[in-house]
Design a protein around this ligand. Structure first.
Ligand code: GDP
Length: 426
């Protein structure tokens, strides 16, 4: 399928990086369309581990990595990742293209992001990663943003940037927050402009032409659908539309150009930070999932909250994204857990709740209704074909398919690219 959108179907860390890396072997372009350096993707290649925050995963293959207009670009992070990849023999600066319409994270954005979250009262603290993505995207909508094209224009850079930096400094001062060195920021912007210029393109045009020519394009979502600013657990969410809507707005590709939508979900659920999580298990099962699944944040190192698969949330996500297929990852982590539970409905105030509620207080009160399935004990890491899978693992997957209303086409049984089972044609 020429244009495929791949995004996380839960609260993040589903293993999107691995799935994109697996699919990227066939892609000409791998595109980041929202988020920023607040999203870590981990890709393992043999003994080597790449933790990327700005760089599209596909650059480890031969694909061109596009940082499209919807991304909040942290130039410092991007340039250091490029240096790191080049030190490993991957010609990253030749493989990365950056949109001229993308907004830049300015030095005050992370400081403001941290100060804002610190100033919120306990109930409404978001627990942001403090990378300045929310404040960058917020400023974009307040007409206070600074784009790559602005950086590259000497006139705009030398007039608008000092003005915006001064306004940022004033906002920090008003909040009593730590500040930054304006002169150093202006000098750094000159360096950024020189280093970034060769990579900058009108990526909307580039991708539209590539799609029309039938080139294979992978659109890689960051964060995840339950953190979507409209359909996630607002305000405990991210600042973008993380699925197909974000893929169109964040690239300039029209909805008609998307041939296939692939949602990535773990065989269980995790969540980082605050916010409702109906199937969270704070007992032994949660601890086992955390240890076995190594559920600690790539960027922050924070332990992730863990629990059972939530089919109510997954069905909601598949519907609002028009999902064609699902990739289930980390099913190997479930080996030996018996019985397995899947949440098939919620209950609150003595009533059944079938759809995913917008009311955050109601969602906090929702108790999961579980169905139990027999667990499997055979290790899955060596499975490469559907017939290699134990019958009970296949039954678990079939059960998920029925409950979420979408086909599971890929099963990931380990972190390596080869540890993948294609269940249907992908
Ligand atoms: P992403 O942001 O969605 O790409 O997810 P993360 O990188 O935060 O988390 C995925 C982690 O799980 C990485 O360390 C992967 O190497 C690892 N991983 C991915 N798929 C599998 C799998 O099927 N089994 C196991 N055990 N680990 C996996």
């Amino acid at each position: 399928m020429p244009v495929t959108c791949v995004f996380g179907a839960q609260w993040g860390d589903e293993g999107k990086g691995k799935v994109v890396d697996f699919l990227a072997a066939r892609a000409a372009y791998v595109v980041r369309y929202q988020g920023g350096a607040n999203a870590g993707h981990t890709i393992r290649r043999g003994e080597e581990k790449f933790a990327l925050r700005m760089t599209p995963s596909g650059v480890l293959q031969n694909a061109t990595g596009v940082i499209a207009n919807g991304v909040a670009v942290d130039v410092g992070v991007l340039l250091s990742e490029i240096e790191f990849l080049e030190s490993k023999g991957i010609p990253a600066s030749r493989r990365i293209v950056v949109s001229d319409r993308a907004h830049l994270v300015l030095p005050f954005h992370p400081l403001l992001d941290q100060a804002l979250d610190a100033s919120r009262d306990e109930t409404w603290k978001i627990g942001t990663t403090g990378r300045g993505v929310s404040t960058t995207i917020g400023d974009k909508h307040l007409y206070e943003g600074f784009r790559v094209a602005d950086l590259l224009s000497p006139t705009v850079r030398r007039t608008r940037l000092p003005y915006l930096l001064e306004r940022g400094r004033q906002r920090l001062e008003a909040m009593g927050a730590p500040s930054f060195d304006t002169a150093a920021a202006l000098a750094e912007a000159e360096v950024w402009a020189t280093r970034l210029a060769p990579m900058v393109r009108d990526t909307a045009w580039l991708l539209q032409e590539a799609a029309e020519a039938g080139r294979t394009i992978l659109l890689e979502g960051a964060q995840a659908a339950l953190l979507d600013v409209d359909f996630g657990t607002y305000p405990f969410c991210t600042t973008s539309n993380t699925g197909v809507a974000g893929a169109c707005a964040g690239t300039g590709l029209p909805p008609r150009a998307l041939d296939r939508v692939l949602a990535v979900a773990k065989a269980y659920c995790t969540r980082v930070g605050r916010g409702p999580f109906p199937t969270e298990d704070e007992g032994a099962v949660g601890a086992t999932l955390r240890e076995r699944g190594r559920e600690f944040g790539t960027v922050t190192g924070r332990p992730r909250r863990c629990g059972w698969f939530d089919a109510v949330a997954a069905r909601h996500v598949c519907r609002f994204n028009g999902v064609d297929a699902v990739a289930i990852t980390k099913i190997d982590v479930l080996v030996g857990i018996d019985p397995l539970r899947v949440c098939v409905a919620y209950e609150a105030d003595g009533r059944k709740v079938e759809s995913f509620p917008a009311d955050i207080d109601l969602l906090q009160r929702c108790r999961p209704v579980y169905e139990e399935l027999p667990g499997f004990t055979e290790p899955l890491g060596a499975a490469r074909r559907p017939s290699d899978l134990p019958a009970r693992a296949r039954e678990y997957v079939t059960f998920l398919e029925r409950r979420i209303g979408a086909r599971v086409e890929l099963l990931s049984v380990g972190p390596e690219r080869t540890e993948t089972v294609a269940l249907k044609a992908t």
